[in-house]
Ligand binder design. Structure first.
Ligand code: BDP
Length: 594
């Protein structure tokens, strides 16, 4: 599915804005046909936004189940001659869509785009009602997983239940990214499979244009200034060009690829895509970009902000890229789900490398959360979840494969890879991912141990999350160097693969100080990060350091969290803590290429 871009043959109308909204705690919307009759007592809701923090109602904030959205919009009569799509860039987690009271389709992957052809449902030149039911419920057939738990004890009212999930970010929900009408020609470019490479000073583009209907396809590569570099005919081709400037972190050189369809010599469709040429390889426990060993300096992030929750917000995205530049970071991980398409486009533009993670998070035993469970069983992470996981990877790769900034795919975060059945599960995930994209290395992010992970050997880079002196030996900054060095050496000796320290960090309440450093102070967070860095600096197989987290973020309420996770080196409002200033000092002089 292509990103909605306008061109001389395509029209895109963003219909985000103020929609009507109605929670459905009694689950009656479907039976009572709200999609036909209209929402009974709606309030206003911004789209995009998470619905949770917009009102003053705790019941809405903590609602688990279906909510409904409604919007009315006029369509130009002239679009009758086009193929018309209704496109949602993301709605968490499941959605059912109706147009003018009729069901048009559903979606199951809350962090990825979906669209429906709506020609037969709309009134041309008239008003059209869009109704969307969105559910934030979690189950074991979709990622991220979770389940509704009934308390069944005499200390809770009968039928009392809570939505449980084993991931540490608030289950924000709603229409999280923009909604568009996309009008394309009758015969049109439906999809583009594009692989970009840079080898022996040659830039290579291999593409396969999926055309709906009958038309001749041609492709032109331009510089950003519009100078023509190369022209090829056919919908499947390979370009090999000397003398182009490659894309690389810190020096993001981009070109424009223009795909055109014509019939009897006249243009019928045109789609332009920014592209960059670069290679990513693994060699001798290093990750090479364009043949040079790259060192990741950056963060695990979240899409998270006051009021709007997990929703798309251009101001926040651009602010974050400016902060990444300010601090001297060269990369981030889309922990723990695919981020907006615009974020990846900006990573291409800003020259920031991205580890693109799918929403496989929370696949762990829930001991921490009060229950000791096995996860990789047929009723949990079994064949249904595996099939969904593979499908989400297909959609993710199809969406993001053309971004030069994406240098690694991350298949999962902190899964229970020590369980027996995790072996076959992740063997299948890695081989599926490899067939989807043979051009990029694969990563798994581990919280298991070197001697019990059954999954790490199927991946090219192992991400390691560690919290020495925090969740273990709290307060003991002095044990970090001993424990971390031993741990990382063990991992490397066992798997002989590059390691990336994908998470380390401490909660710090902005403005809380303690010297000598005590837990939760800004000083402790800064010192802990420095202790980790001292160790990774001595280990040549460690290919990078990603601090957990870029900014403070919202989590479920629990005793370890003070209105959210405070491991950000920036506050949730993006103001620097002490650690941010120290990171800036280090990263501005530490080179990206070793
Ligand atoms: C790691 C998780 C991350 C959490 C972090 C923490 O990968 O999502 O937020 O711990 O506890 O286990 O701060």
């Amino acid at each position: 599915m292509l990103y909605p871009r306008s061109s001389q043959t395509r029209e895109v109308k963003n219909i985000s804005g103020i929609w009507k909204f109605q929670p459905d705690p009694g689950n009656q919307g479907l039976d009572k046909k709200w999609f036909e009759k209209g929402l009974p007592s709606p309030c206003f809701m911004p789209v995009p936004s998470s619905f949770n923090d917009i009102t003053q109602e705790i019941k809405i904030r903590d609602h688990a189940g279906w909510v409904w959205y409604e919007y009315e919009d006029y369509l130009p009569a002239a679009w009758k001659e086009k193929n018309l799509f209704l496109r949602f860039s993301a709605a968490a987690h499941k959605a059912k869509v109706y147009v003018n009271g009729e069901y048009v389709g559903n979606n199951f992957s809350g962090f990825l785009p979906f669209e429906f052809k709506v020609n037969t449902y709309v009134k041309w030149g008239g008003e059209n009602k869009i109704t969307v039911a969105v559910s934030n419920l979690l189950d074991w057939e979709n990622l991220p997983p979770g389940e509704m738990r009934f308390h069944n004890d005499d200390m809770h009212p009968q039928q009392d239940k809570t939505l449980h999930y084993a991931f540490d970010f608030f289950n924000y929900a709603g229409i999280h990214r923009p909604v568009y009408w996309v009008a394309v020609p009758k015969d049109y470019i439906q999809g583009i499979e594009l692989a970009l490479d840079y080898r022996q000073k040659k830039s290579i583009a291999e593409y396969d244009v999926n055309v709906f209907g009958q038309a001749d396809c041609s492709t032109v590569l331009y510089t950003r200034k519009g100078e023509k570099i190369c022209h090829l005919s056919g919908n499947k081709a390979r370009m090999e060009l000397p003398d182009l400037t490659p894309w690389q972190p810190g020096a993001p050189h981009l070109y424009t690829m223009e795909f055109s369809l014509s019939k009897n010599g006249s243009l019928i469709d045109c789609y332009r895509l920014p592209v960059g040429f670069r290679s990513v390889h693994i060699e001798d426990s290093r990750l090479l970009i364009n043949g040079r060993p790259f060192y990741f300096k950056g963060f695990g992030k979240h899409e998270d902000m006051d009021i709007r929750g997990r929703a798309f917000d251009e101001a926040v995205i651009i602010k974050d890229f400016n902060l990444l530049n300010w601090i001297g970071a060269n990369s981030f991980r889309t922990s723990h789900y695919p981020y907006s398409e615009e974020t990846l486009m900006l990573a291409d533009e800003y020259g920031i490398a991205v580890i693109d993670e799918c929403p496989a998070v929370g696949l762990v035993d829930w001991q921490r959360y009060g229950q000791d469970d096995v996860i990789f069983t047929e009723d949990k992470a079994g064949s249904k979840l595996l099939a969904h996981h593979k499908q989400v990877l297909e959609l993710l790769v199809a969406r993001d494969r053309h971004h030069p900034s994406v240098v690694l795919w991350s298949a999962a975060n902190e899964a229970a890879t020590y369980e027996k059945n995790a072996e076959s599960y992740f063997k299948e995930i890695s081989s599926h991912l490899r067939t989807l994209d043979p051009t990029r290395p694969l990563m798994i992010v581990e919280n298991s141990q070197h001697n019990n992970s059954k999954a790490a050997r199927f991946f090219d880079v192992i991400g390691i999350n560690r919290y020495y002196s925090w969740y273990t030996d709290p307060g003991r900054l002095d044990v970090i160097s001993f424990q971390l060095e031993k741990d990382l050496k063990d991992w490397h000796n066992t798997f002989k693969k590059p390691l990336l320290v994908t998470e380390f960090g401490a909660d710090a309440l902005a403005g809380l100080h303690a010297d000598p450093p005590l837990m939760f102070s800004e000083e402790y967070q800064a010192r802990m990060i420095e202790e980790f860095q001292k160790v990774v600096d001595t280990l040549p197989f460690v290919i990078g350091e990603h601090i957990w987290n870029f900014a403070d973020f919202m989590t479920p309420q629990e005793v370890r969290r003070v209105i959210g996770n405070r491991k950000g080196v920036f506050t949730r409002q993006r103001q620097p803590k002490l650690a941010a200033h120290l990171l800036k000092k280090r990263w501005q002089v530490k080179p990206s290429f070793i």
